[in-house]
Design a protein around this ligand. Structure first.
Ligand SMILES: Cc1ncc(COP(=O)(O)O)c(C=O)c1O
Length: 411
């Protein structure tokens, strides 16, 4: 038998240790990545992969983007974590930039993650509403198949029974409606309703796209009933869908926006963006986060926004998203097993008629492609926005051969 090389042993050893010492909250694949450059990853055995997940949509600007690394390195040599009772330069600068690119924001609160931003937005909406209209007005409408995070408030907003029911009792005050069904929203509104929170494209829930007409009607209903419209741009934000924020394609102005994931270019950060009027209820002592807005993460955010604008990542997402969608649609027309292609920009999904996603993902990895399944019939594509047509061609060629059965022997 051939002697195993050092890197293979390192891989096996690490995987064994990982299985022993890490909680088993994820179904991890037996691969250890140790190097990354833009849209590419390398495992400890030196094998190269093209990443069509970008770390669950966190790397719109690519893995270890040199511009982010440079800014981050300069910042950590100066100061990383001044406390929030003082000002720090990157935090103020990033808040100003976020307000500017949002087109409506006047104030920002920084958190460390998406779920934490959602929690803060729930508190902000509740306090604004109860201060203004009285104690009972605290209920929030969210949508079936949404995903807003794993902490208890965000989980209550996440209308997916399979994620919620082992953690009951949930935080009370949430009612659920269906996207693209305005009647289902109207049914849930009463004197206790204070806000609506929605993803314009449900990411984790299946890449389900909200229709423009539905969102315009939703905005009108919110205005008529004085409800705050909270848009969750944690997955759709920072050019993913072909505009800096997805709501900019829906011609609406939100009241509150939550962001995270790609804002940090790989560093943990989240943010709530809103108006002076709404944020006036967050007075000293009402909300906080020790690490939120630390100088290192904020400096990465500044570099991400600069890179995104300088390189027109929104334009790239639109153009390459159309290219990927058109190539996927050719597969749909060729193969009966493909049910649907859906999404916007570089946030796309392929839906199969049969449960082949796990096997497909495994084979993709063997062929140097990192894919992500949302269910046994759905594969989601969330690549870095720096991918190119050649990367897409390689993916499509793999999918074509896999569906045709040419890669059977590797299964
Ligand atoms: C739309 C949306 N909201 C919230 C979250 C939660 O973000 P985090 O995992 O950073 O807590 C996610 C994560 O996937 C998400 O996609």
């Amino acid at each position: 038998m051939q002697e195993k090389n050092k890197n293979v042993l390192l891989n096996e050893d690490l995987i064994q240790k990982g299985a022993k010492f890490l909680m088993h909250t994820y179904s991890r694949m037996d691969i250890v990545f140790c190097k990354a450059e833009m849209q590419y990853l390398w495992d400890v055995e030196g094998k190269k992969y093209t990443d069509f997940t970008s770390g669950y949509g966190c790397l719109n600007v690519g893995h270890s983007n040199p511009a982010v690394i440079k800014t981050l390195q300069e910042q950590i040599n100066k100061i990383i974590q001044p406390s929030n009772i003082f000002y720090n330069i990157p935090q103020v600068e990033l808040a100003e930039k976020l307000c500017h690119i949002s087109g409506f924001g006047e104030k920002v609160f920084f958190s460390n993650s998406g779920a934490e931003a959602v929690e803060g937005a729930i508190k902000l909406a509740r306090k604004y509403s109860t201060d203004k209209y009285g104690k009972r007005r605290y209920e929030i409408i969210t949508f079936n198949n949404s995903f807003h995070g794993r902490t208890l408030g965000a989980l209550a907003a996440t209308a997916q029974a399979k994620k919620q029911n082992m953690f009951e009792p949930l935080l009370s005050g949430f009612k659920y409606a269906d996207i693209n069904d305005i009647g289902s929203v109207k049914k849930q509104i009463d004197d206790n309703t204070c806000a609506v929170i929605i993803e314009l494209i449900q990411g984790e829930g299946g890449i389900n796209v909200c229709k423009k007409e539905f969102i315009r009607e939703l905005k009108k209903i919110c205005e008529d009933n004085e409800l705050l419209l909270i848009i969750d741009e944690i997955q759709t934000g920072f050019s993913r869908t072909g505009s800096i924020f997805a709501y900019q394609q829906y011609d609406i102005v939100p009241d509150i926006v939550v962001v995270a994931k790609s804002l940090g270019g790989g560093m943990p950060i989240g943010a709530i963006i809103s108006t002076d009027k709404i944020c006036s209820v967050f007075t000293p002592g009402t909300h906080g986060s020790t690490f939120g807005g630390n100088a290192a993460s904020c400096s990465a955010g500044i570099a991400v926004i600069k890179y995104m604008l300088d390189n027109d990542l929104a334009g790239r997402a639109e153009k390459l998203g159309k290219y990927l969608a058109s190539r996927l649609n050719i597969l749909k027309s060729k193969y009966d097993i493909v049910l649907e292609i859906r999404g916007l920009g570089l946030m796309l999904a392929i839906e199969f008629k049969k449960p082949i996603a796990s096997e497909l993902m495994k084979n993709a990895l063997e062929n140097g492609l990192v894919l992500n399944k949302l269910s046994e019939t759905t594969i989601r594509f969330l690549p870095s926005l720096v991918i190119n047509e050649k990367d897409i061609d390689i993916l499509i060629n793999f999918l074509d051969r896999y569906i045709k059965g040419e890669i059977k022997n590797e299964r």
